[in-house]
Design a protein around this ligand. Structure first.
Ligand code: KG4
Ligand code: ZN
Length: 358
């Protein structure tokens, strides 16, 4: 009996040891634009996700690339240290380091990629390069309680400050862009219209907040007519700018008196443009499982609309958790995890790239 018990304890500790040994622990590093972020993912589960925003850009009304790189340089060490500490691991437990290779601002990307290369060299662990756009989509595969990941193939509406695309996701790393913007991105439309209204950068969250108190049908703006599954937002932005200028000439308090309705109306049209195209793609492809990703997917009205349209049309719709919508390193780490599983590593010769297609 005594012998059996010892054997049992031994076997148990062995299997525990094996489990720890076999765990895949990825440190993700994201620095493509104006957020410095580091995260730890272990076996697909998020242990930490630290994001340092850069307030330095607010007074300029947009991201100043030079200032962004400098802020990344200041933030990167404390952010990585906090991510490791919050994950309650030691850096020696890391299996690999995943970093954003692109697309993004080159100076910003260089900070994250150089740091990742240095750390991988000093810890003697593999390096994994990540496409930021793929990562926005794969954020849906972070293992979370009560959350079922999308099943392949599904459609992803990727909407951020730099991109607006409808993607057919056939597998983790097999993605086909079905439609894209021919000019501005949806996030840019939010930010530029917000700027016209005198709201701080980034304008998307401000429009979202103020729109809650407004009437979305008060003002009408022209919807663009764009072929296929593509988008266009630059005409809408100009339409909005002229409309505001004309009205301000007649009444200098026009913006202040109508701020809620203006936000609600511009938000309404942007959402309508996005959903209309999504409906078209779903109708033609027959794929009824959809996901949204990227900063604009944080928009509360978009989420509400999508949920109700999905219920009506029997679509399966996946919406990321709020903190996983905008730029974050958890999405980089989870993508790194899936690349690790297929032994897809890079080496010290890798370099950041501002342009990087899916
Ligand atoms: O994905 P992201 O953090 O960075 C890029 O890769 O571009 O997206 C940033 C964009 C900005 O344009 C910002 O205004 C927009 O996402 N955004 C929103 C909301 N939160 C962030 N747009 C509309 N409503 C929001 N709640
Ligand atoms: Zn992004």
């Amino acid at each position: 009996m005594y012998k059996i018990l010892i054997c049992h304890i031994k076997a148990k500790s062995l299997s525990l040891h094996k489990h720890i040994f076999m765990s895949i622990t990825i440190l993700g590093i994201e620095s493509s634009c104006d957020d410095t972020s580091a995260a730890v993912i272990r076996d697909g589960e998020m242990l930490s996700n630290i994001i340092a925003n850069q307030d330095v850009h607010i007074k300029y009304g947009g991201v100043v690339p030079e200032l962004a790189s400098r802020a990344h340089q200041q933030n990167i060490i404390p952010v990585v240290e906090r991510a490791i500490k919050e994950a309650r691991i030691s850096k020696n437990e890391l299996s690999a380091i995943a970093f954003t290779r692109g697309p993004g601002l080159l100076g910003s990307l260089l900070v994250g990629s150089s740091f990742a290369k240095g750390l991988s060299l000093s810890l003697d662990i593999p390096l994994i390069e990540i496409n930021h756009l793929q990562a926005h989509i794969l954020v849906h595969f972070i293992k979370q309680k009560d959350k079922i990941p999308p099943s392949f193939p599904f459609l992803c509406l990727l909407i951020s400050g730099g991109h607006t695309q409808i993607i057919k996701v056939k597998d983790y790393f097999e993605m086909e862009v079905l439609g894209t913007t021919i000019d501005d991105a949806a996030g840019e439309a939010f930010d530029k219209c917000a700027k016209v209204l005198g709201l701080p950068y980034p304008g998307g969250p401000h429009i979202d907040k103020l729109a809650k108190m407004g009437n979305p049908k008060k003002f009408n703006f022209t919807k663009p007519s764009v072929a296929d599954y593509n988008f266009s937002f630059s005409g809408l932005k100009t339409n909005f700018l002229y409309f505001i200028n004309d009205n301000v000439k007649l009444n200098s308090n026009f913006i202040e008196e109508n701020i809620y309705d203006l936000c609600a109306s511009i938000q309404h049209i942007i959402i309508e443009i996005l959903i209309d195209k999504l409906k078209k793609v779903i109708k033609n492809t027959g794929i009824k499982e959809i996901a949204i990703a990227g900063g604009v997917s944080a928009n509360s009205m978009l989420k509400e609309t999508l949920i109700s349209v999905s219920e009506k049309n029997k679509w399966i719709c996946h919406i990321p958790e709020f903190k996983l919508t905008t730029d974050n390193a958890a999405m980089i780490a989870i993508t790194g995890y899936y690349k690790f599983l297929k032994n897809d590593f890079t080496n010290q010769k890798t370099s950041a790239t501002a342009r990087y297609n899916l």
